[in-house]
Ligand binder design. Structure first.
Ligand code: ATP
Ligand code: PAU
Ligand code: K
Length: 279
């Protein structure tokens, strides 16, 4: 088995992938903590022959995790943001400072779709752009839904947005504090994603496919009018592309990759942008 780890600021996500069949056997998530010890909530390392890690947690968390895994697993691969990989040129002035989860998402998106807009809706919401040809432009970082809510300190932090709510309802004016907050932060997130996408496509003169991932991808997806695909395993896709181990991965296949939604025409994107600038 291959153990893939996506260590975020809040949650550490894992999945087990069968080396022979390339199938995902199990998955889960644990809180990201200082000491990441195997227990009931993480997989049995006896069956694991290789580990691939993307981590944006503090260096100590990653070091401890790697130390621990090296005792029991022969191959441990840790992803880093580099100046160039798989045909993509990192747009950061200091490439190593780009969050490796963003880099993995951008690489996976490029491998799947060519130029793309990769959106990760986690503790933070990040939006990254790669042009056809592989130039990564950099991106945008904004607070995620939960962080926005917590920063308001209105006593509503424990009332999460129901992930099954319809976007239409979430975009209505709230008539209770909790509703006003949930609808406000939802509006902030989806309008930012819509606007950022349109601005950058307009600036660059290209309509890019959009891909969404992260814990809040599903609910944000419902409010984003731009054609897009949701790819829960997008960060893992970057790990597969950087460290291919199975036959399917060597052939360039990434697990759970969605069908790419055809982007709207540049004219349509520009018309939408012109309209929003009138408001
Ligand atoms: N059990 C959960 N605990 C915390 N957040 C959750 C949970 N389930 C869903 N979420 C939502 O998922 C979001 C976090 O998503 P994700 O799992 O991508 O976070 P993360 O990986 O820790 O973030 P990041 O990678 O940006 O550090 C939160 O904003 C929250 O709304
Ligand atoms: C922005 C987050 C927190 C999103 O997980 C992560 O990618 C990160 O810590 N990035 C480092 C800063 C940067 O990407 O510029
Ligand atoms: K993430």
């Amino acid at each position: 088995m291959i153990l893939d780890l996506d260590i975020g600021n809040t949650l550490s996500k894992w999945r087990l992938k069968d080396v022979e069949s390339s199938e995902i056997r199990s998955r889960g998530a644990v809180w990201t903590r200082e000491e990441w010890r195997p227990g009931a909530d993480i997989p049995d390392l006896d069956v694991v022959e290789a580990v691939r890690i993307s981590s944006v947690a503090r260096a100590a968390v990653l070091n401890d995790t790697v130390q621990l895994l090296r005792h029991q697993v022969r191959q441990v691969y840790v992803a880093h943001s580099t100046a160039e990989a798989l045909g993509v040129v990192n747009g950061y002035e200091e490439p190593g400072r780009l969050g490796v989860d963003r880099w993995m998402g951008a690489l996976a998106g490029y491998q799947l779709a060519g130029g793309c807009c990769a959106v990760d809706c986690g503790s933070a919401i990040t939006v990254d752009f790669v042009l056809p040809g592989g130039r990564h432009l950099g991106g945008y970082i904004l607070p995620g839904l939960r962080l926005m809510k917590e920063s308001l300190k209105l006593g509503t932090r424990n009332v999460a947005i129901d992930p099954d709510s319809e976007a239409d309802e979430l975009l209505m004016p709230g008539r209770r504090t909790v509703e006003a907050v949930n609808h406000g932060i939802y509006m902030a997130a989806v309008s930012a994603v819509n606007r950022i996408y349109s601005e950058v496509c307009d600036q660059q003169g290209v309509a890019l496919p959009m891909l969404l991932t992260g814990g809040d991808a599903r609910v944000i997806s419902r409010g984003v009018q731009i054609p897009h695909s949701v790819w829960p395993d997008m960060v893992y896709g970057g790990l597969e592309a950087c460290f291919p181990l199975t036959l399917a991965e060597r052939a360039g296949k990434m697990a759970g990759a969605p069908r790419i939604a055809e982007p709207a025409s540049l004219e349509k994107i520009r018309a939408g942008l012109a309209f929003s600038m009138l408001l």
